[in-house]
Design a protein around this ligand. Structure first.
Ligand SMILES: Cc1cc2nc3c(=O)[nH]c(=O)nc-3n(C[C@H](O)[C@H](O)[C@H](O)COP(=O)(O)O)c2cc1C
Ligand SMILES: [Fe+2]
Ligand SMILES: [Fe+2]
Length: 400
């Protein structure tokens, strides 16, 4: 299967897409069985070609071959670097080596030094300090700083004549779309699950910046006919949909009564308590998403983070392990605080053998976050008789 794709998405603007179905852990961390794409772009103008971003380093040869399909290397006069993360710049050094005379690299001020430090090269550089419009050939390009989407040096580009916004990480998603555009995608809601997971795992820590940057964009009053991100689907039927989707997730808004249940269980004690809670949650008409760590299953942390971003209630079942929380659940809590950190009620249940310590540990871990622990129920081995009543009282309080 050819994993590269070239497509003229609008006049003279080409998508150069690489399908990465080899990656299993994005950023060496996030499980993505659905894969990802790297979308670079190339605009042909009367003043030469402009290359926007690139691909991950291991696909440099494919990238070079793909660029050759749309332009002669010496035609490339400008290289726009929206974001320095190596999933978009890993190929930069070798691409620049092939271009003569050397093109002008355009990016946020920090980018010049980052290129030197990452790749050991000095480039001819034009820094973008604030929103700035530059005419290249017949096109007006507006460069718009978009800090923390997803690093401090990020920006996006609006090509005025094409009404196209190139956004790199922002508005991207995990997954390998069958086609290119939103109107060709048979199951947008499925694709949006990958977007939710991408947003939560990659940009989740910077949600306030998502909101700020979207407000900045709206203030510019630009008409967006095509929104073209650096990962995943391109939007031309309804670009507003992906902007709204990002906005609402960043705000932490919930649409339904959904409970996220995450637990570990070494020998089944916590698991039996969780089963009781799940039954009660269903009686209260919660949709329940369950993730477990036991001797048969190991939940994917990226899915947990993703589902936590729009849950209205969270239940954590944690067994006591060497005078502490079970280690994998400790990691879950760290990640929830780092990536999700929303005002969501959390119920903690914990089983112990000789000393109840998880309650104190979890309260300590969560105290400086936005999460609200509504209660901690600890039991020695098995739950006590009043367990169900306690749980129901807690849920009554949560949904009141
Ligand atoms: C490796 C291991 C370490 C444990 N460490 C503690 C501990 O430090 N304090 C404690 O009270 N119980 C400890 N226990 C007992 C369990 O927390 C207790 O049996 C609990 O009910 C286990 O629930 P689970 O089977 O759902 O994991 C430990 C058990 C195991 C297997
Ligand atoms: Fe990134
Ligand atoms: Fe990226």
């Amino acid at each position: 299967m050819d994993r590269t794709l070239v497509h003229e998405i609008t006049n003279n603007l080409f998508l150069l897409r690489m399908v990465d179905d080899q990656v299993r852990y994005f950023e060496a961390l996030w499980e993505i069985p659905e894969g990802i794409t790297y979308n670079a772009y190339l605009l042909r103008t009367s003043e030469g070609s402009i290359l926007f971003d690139g691909w991950k380093g291991e696909y440099t040869k494919d990238f070079i071959d793909t660029i050759k399909k749309v332009t002669d290397f010496n035609e490339i006069k400008y290289v726009v670097v929206h974001h320095m993360e190596p999933d978009h710049t890993g190929s930069l050094k070798q691409v620049l080596e092939l271009i003569e005379p050397k093109p002008l690299v355009i990016g946020r001020p920090m980018v010049k030094d980052m290129i030197r430090s990452f790749y050991g090269i000095d480039v001819k550089f034009k820094p973008i300090k604030k929103v700035e419009e530059i005419k290249i050939g017949e096109y007006n390009l507006m460069f718009i700083p978009a800090p923390w989407l997803h690093w401090p040096e990020t920006m996006v580009t609006y090509v005025r004549e094409l009404k196209t916004l190139l956004t790199c990480d922002a508005f991207g998603g995990y997954g390998i779309p069958h086609k290119i555009f939103d109107d060709e995608e048979p199951d947008i809601s499925q694709y949006l699950r990958g977007v939710k997971k991408y947003l939560a795992t990659v940009i989740g820590s910077y949600k306030s910046h998502i909101i700020k940057n979207i407000n900045n964009l709206l203030r510019l009053n630009i008409e967006i006919k095509i929104l073209a991100p650096g990962h995943g689907l391109l939007w031309r039927k309804d670009p507003k949909r992906i902007i709204d989707y990002y906005y609402h997730l960043a705000k932490g808004e919930v649409k339904e009564r959904k409970a996220l249940v995450v637990y570990d269980s070494m020998y089944g004690f916590v698991e039996r308590a969780i089963s009781k809670i799940v039954k009660i949650l269903s009686e209260y008409a919660f949709r329940v998403e369950i993730f477990e760590f036991n001797d048969k299953e190991r939940a994917e942390i990226s899915e947990i983070i993703s589902e936590a971003s729009d849950s209205s209630f969270i239940v954590l079942g944690i067994s006591t392990y060497e005078n502490d929380m079970f280690p994998l659940m400790k990691n879950v809590i760290d990640m929830l605080i780092k990536k999700v950190n929303r005002e969501v009620p959390i119920l903690v249940v914990s089983s112990y053998g000789w000393g109840p310590v998880v309650g104190t540990k979890v309260l300590e871990a969560i105290k400086n976050s936005k999460f609200k622990i509504v209660d901690v129920i600890q039991f020695r081995g098995t739950t006590t008789e009043d367990f169900e009543t306690k749980v129901k009282n807690i849920i009554d309080r949560v949904i009141a």
